[in-house]
Design a protein around this ligand. Sequence first.
Ligand SMILES: Nc1ncnc2c1ncn2[C@@H]1O[C@H](COP(=O)(O)OP(=O)(O)O)[C@@H](O)[C@H]1O
Ligand SMILES: [Mg+2]
Length: 264
Amino acid sequence: MARKFVITSGKGGVGKTTICANLGSRLAHLKQKVCILDVDIGLNNLDVVMGVEKQIIYDIVDCIEGRCRIKQALIQDNNEPYLYIMPSTQSLHSNKINKLQIKSIVDELSSIFDYILIDCPAGIDLGFHRAVFSASEAIVVTTPHISAIKDASKVVDILSTYELFSTKLVINRARGDLMASNEMLSITDISHLFDIELIGVIPEDDNITTCLNSGGAVVSKSRAGMAFAQLAENIQYNSNKIINFQSEYKGLWGYLKRKIKRKI
Ligand SMILES: Nc1ncnc2c1ncn2[C@@H]1O[C@H](COP(=O)(O)OP(=O)(O)O)[C@@H](O)[C@H]1O
Ligand SMILES: [Mg+2]
C-alpha cells in the first residue's frame, strides 16, 4: 500500500507542482517507487515541469473513461527510473470527472507504488476536494507572503474535516537574506502561525527557473536541490530536519553577503 500525499496550498503559484516534481524525484532517488499524479484536469502542467509532455499518449481521463489501462498512461521519468508520471488532460471537460473516479485510479496505483503524490489545483472548490478525497496525508505549501499564508491556513482548516493521517507544512521560496534582515517573515514566525508540523523549507532558487526553461524543473546540485533531498528524507524516515538558509546571512560577513545579493 502506497503513502498517498496531496500537495496543496489554496493559492496558485506558490510551488505545488515544483515541489511534487522535485520531491517525487528525490524519493525515487531513495529507491522508492513514486507516481506523481496531476489532477488539475484541463489545466495540466506537471508534464511540462517534468519535461515529458511530448511522450503523452494516454492521460488520467483516458484511464477513467476506459480507453486505456492504467499502466499505459504512466510515463517513466527520463532521469529517475523509480519515478512515473500520470499526466492530466488538456481537454476541458473537468466537471464530468468526480472524486470517486479519481479515487479508483489512486487506489489501483496504490498497489504498484510506495508513494503517490497528488498535485492539487489552486482554489478550494471542486478540483481541490477531488484531489484531497483520495489522499491519506497532506502537505500544505506556503510562501513567506501574507496572502499565501492566509490561504494555506484556510486550507489547513478545511483539511481538518478530512480523516487524514497527517497534515504537514512546507515553506517555499524562503529568502535567507531578507529573513536575516527582518524584511521577510522568518521561518519561526511563519511556523508559529500554523499548528501543523513544519517538514521542509525550500529556498528561492533561480536554478528552478533556468531548469524549467531547459525542459524540466527538477534541480539537484543547488540549494533548492539540497532542501528537496532533505524533505524527501524527512518524509521517508519520519524526521523533521530543516536546513537553515538564514544563518549564512547573519553577522558581519552575512551583512556583506546581503548587500552583495541586493546589488546583483
Ligand atoms: N523555490 C523556488 N525558487 C524559485 N522559483 C520557484 C520556486 N518554487 C517555484 N518557483 C517558480 O514559481 C512558479 C510557480 O510554481 P508552481 O510550482 O507552478 O506553482 P503552483 O503549482 O503552486 O501553481 C514557477 O515558475 C516556478 O518555477
Ligand atoms: Mg501547479
